[in-house]
Structure formats: C-alpha cells, structure tokens
Design a binder for this molecule. Structure first.
Ligand SMILES: Cc1cc2nc3c(=O)[nH]c(=O)nc-3n(C[C@H](O)[C@H](O)[C@H](O)COP(=O)(O)O)c2cc1C
Length: 181
C-alpha cells in the first residue's frame, strides 16, 4: 500500500496535522509521501492507494493553490477516468481533512471544505473513509481565539489534537489491514 499526504497550509496548523499523519503512517509501516501543494505540484493520484487531502479553511473553502490543484486534476481525469456513476476503484481509499477556527458558526465553517474534498475523491473512485475537521487557532492574535463559537482555541491544534489525529490514522491503517502488502 502506498499513501500520499497532500496538503496546503498558510500558517503551519494544517502542516502540523499533515506531518503527524505522515509520521504515523511511517510508524505503521505504510510507505507514504508528504507533499505541500504548490503551483508546480503534479502527480498521478491513481498511483496511490490511500490519499489524505487537507487544507486550512479559508472563507469556507480551500486555499487558492489547493483549489487550483484539485480542479486541474478533475479536468485532467474527467474525460478518460471518471465515467458516469464514478465507479469505486477496488483498493483505493481516502481521508479528507482540514483545520479551521470556527469563530462565527463553529464546525459548519469546516464541513463544506471536507465535503468538497470528499466529492472530488469520490469522483476519482476512492472510498472516503473519514472527514476530519480539526480546530486550528486563528493566526492574528485577538478575540477570534477566545470569543468565537468554539471558545478558547489558542494554541490549537495542540498535542492532544495531534494525538487524536495519530490515533485516527492508526485506526485507518488497522482497518485497511487486508490491503497492507
Ligand atoms: C484569510 C483567512 C480566512 C479564514 N477563513 C476561515 C473561515 O471561513 N472559517 C474558519 O473556520 N476559519 C477560517 N480561518 C482560520 C483558519 O482556517 C485556521 O486558522 C487554520 O487552522 C489555519 O491553518 P494553517 O495554519 O495551516 O494555514 C481563516 C484564516 C485566514 C488567514
């Protein structure tokens, strides 16, 4: 099994999560690549069996760089590899994740993004195993980190959040035992 952790991060929160996913995969004996998306990023997603796709929530959506990457890939695959009904491809799995501050309306600020990722992943035939919305502090100090809908989110994701991510990744790896060759 080969995994890809593809993410964007403007201030480091999502990167912390991506790195913890990657190190946990390595500890579990899963071969994986960790890639921060850029304008030049261009791999074939079908080369991987387990995809982790993540971004910070920026105005309820992904970063521009991540959006451009996903739309580029959708366009590339659409003609040849995404037939109507988007059949599941056996042995292809995925997880959508994001970090978000939820200042105004809580987790509802994150759900559209992980659903958007999942929609793309399902289009390319992956079975989406999970959607993880992880709290991340707002980088401009001020009341966004203390008076928002989620309360005090200073310092998030903290070690406890990252341990939670680690345990979830372990669960995914154990769940995919049948494909772990
Ligand atoms: C320009 C900008 C827009 C943001 N918009 C939202 C938003 O709509 N909803 C939300 O919950 N968090 C929003 N956030 C907070 C980020 O999603 C959060 O701080 C995230 O953890 C940042 O991740 P990063 O450090 O990987 O960039 C925004 C942050 C920035 C800088």
């Amino acid at each position: 099994m080969k995994a890809l952790v593809l993410y964007d991060s403007l201030g480091g929160n999502t990167e912390k999560v991506a790195k913890r996913i990657s190190s946990t995969l390595a500890d579990g004996g899963v071969e994986s690549e960790l890639v921060k998306v850029s304008e030049d990023t261009d791999m074939d997603l079908y080369d991987y069996d387990l995809l982790f796709l993540g971004s910070p929530v920026i105005a309820w959506g992904p970063t521009n760089t991540m959006r451009d990457f996903v739309m580029k890939k959708l366009k590339e695959y659409h003609k040849e590899r995404i037939p109507p009904s988007a059949p599941l491809r056996p042995g292809k799995f995925a997880v959508s994740f994001c970090t978000f501050s939820g200042t105004h309306i809580g987790e509802n600020e994150a759900i559209p993004l992980t659903k958007w990722f999942s929609s793309f992943l399902e289009h390319i035939g992956c079975q989406v195993m999970a959607e993880w919305n992880i709290v991340g502090e707002f980088h401009k100090p001020g009341e966004h980190n203390t008076n928002g809908r989620l309360g005090d989110i200073s310092g998030r994701p903290n070690e406890r959040d990252l341990l939670d991510v680690e345990n979830r990744v372990k669960g995914i790896v154990v769940g995919l035992a049948a494909w772990m060759t």
